[in-house]
Design a protein around this ligand. Structure first.
Ligand code: AMP
Ligand code: FE
Ligand code: FE
Ligand code: ZN
Length: 283
């Protein structure tokens, strides 16, 4: 049934690669998906589409369909809200320019984070981050990996809890983009705008205003959702007539332990629904 996630999903529509903060290259990710027998994978790196081409080429070879996606970090009154975009046009100049601005914001933010860490006597050089980050979109997981490597903490989770997570002493917020601006950015480029993992921040009262602003889907199946969250957002999606998407938010075992590729997701038809919606939006 459309939108229904099964125990072994056919499509994992939320995955990160080395283009942002994932540990597998786009090709390695598609190879892993193929081994698992996944029919489709969504590449949703943070603020970059640089993984798309390699993933699509590997997908053609290995018979895994690729949904071209993006994940944007937005801010609603100090709370992080992530917006996924599927099949926006990579050719759109305003889209490309905004992504570049967001990535610049990411790099500047990391420098500020390193400054705060320095004040805490945790001395990490920008070059150490650059050595870890292989792609063009830098993020806190890269800082967390260096904190582990340098022995300041034992795990990525500890790095977030003690240093760089929300509310931790070296936390620096993102460049401010509102959820409406994020939705607009994706829609203007002809993509399908989806609210990522709503169970994390539970801003249910905001969903209707965002739908009015152009939101078209909700991620119901996600590694951070409880079965109750999934059920709840499934009913909200029905109520607001939104597309129900899903995915693991795979970053790699060392980055997010226990979050397996293909562990969360949707049936293959959802991929087709998303494509149809993207085509209709582009008309
Ligand atoms: P950034 O995009 O730089 O704000 O970093 C956010 C990313 O950090 C998310 O996409 C997750 O991959 C990761 N992350 C956030 N919180 C944690 C945590 N507590 N443990 C591990 N990874 C986390
Ligand atoms: Fe991430
Ligand atoms: Fe997210
Ligand atoms: Zn994600």
């Amino acid at each position: 049934m459309t939108g229904k996630s099964s125990r072994f999903p056919e499509a994992d529509l939320h995955c990160h690669t080395t283009s942002s903060d994932g540990l597998l290259t786009p090709r390695e990710l598609v190879q892993a998906a193929s081994k698992l027998g996944l029919k489709a994978v969504g590449i949703t790196d943070h603020d970059t589409i640089s993984g798309w081409n390699e993933a699509v080429a590997a997908g053609e070879e290995l018979d895994v369909e690729i949904l071209r996606g993006i994940e944007l970090n937005t801010d609603w009154n100090g709370i992080e809200v992530h917006i996924l975009g599927y099949e926006p046009s990579g050719e759109s100049i305003p889209f490309q320019e905004k992504l570049r601005e967001l990535r610049e914001g990411r790099s500047n933010r990391i420098i500020k984070i390193l400054g705060r860490l320095h004040d805490m006597n945790v001395k990490i050089a920008p070059e150490e981050i650059k050595a870890i980050a292989q792609g063009e979109s830098i993020g806190r997981p890269h800082v967390a990996q260096v904190l582990v490597q340098r022995g300041y903490v034992e795990t990525i989770k500890e790095a977030f809890d003690q240093y760089i997570g929300t509310g931790a002493p070296a936390y620096v917020p993102h460049l401010k983009l509102t959820p409406e601006e994020g939705i607009n950015l994706i829609r203007t480029a002809g993509g399908v705008a989806v609210l990522a993992h709503p169970g994390i921040n539970q801003l249910d009262h905001q969903i209707l205003p965002w739908v009015k602003a152009g939101l078209q889907g909700i991620e119901v199946s996600h590694s951070d959702h409880t079965p109750e969250d999934e059920q709840h957002y499934r009913s909200l999606a029905k109520l607001y007539r939104l597309i129900m998407t899903g995915g693991s938010d795979f970053h790699g075992e060392e980055c997010k332990p226990g979050v397996k590729l293909g562990g969360w997701g949707v049936s293959y038809e959802v991929t087709e629904e998303i494509r149809e919606l993207a085509i209709t939006s582009k008309r």
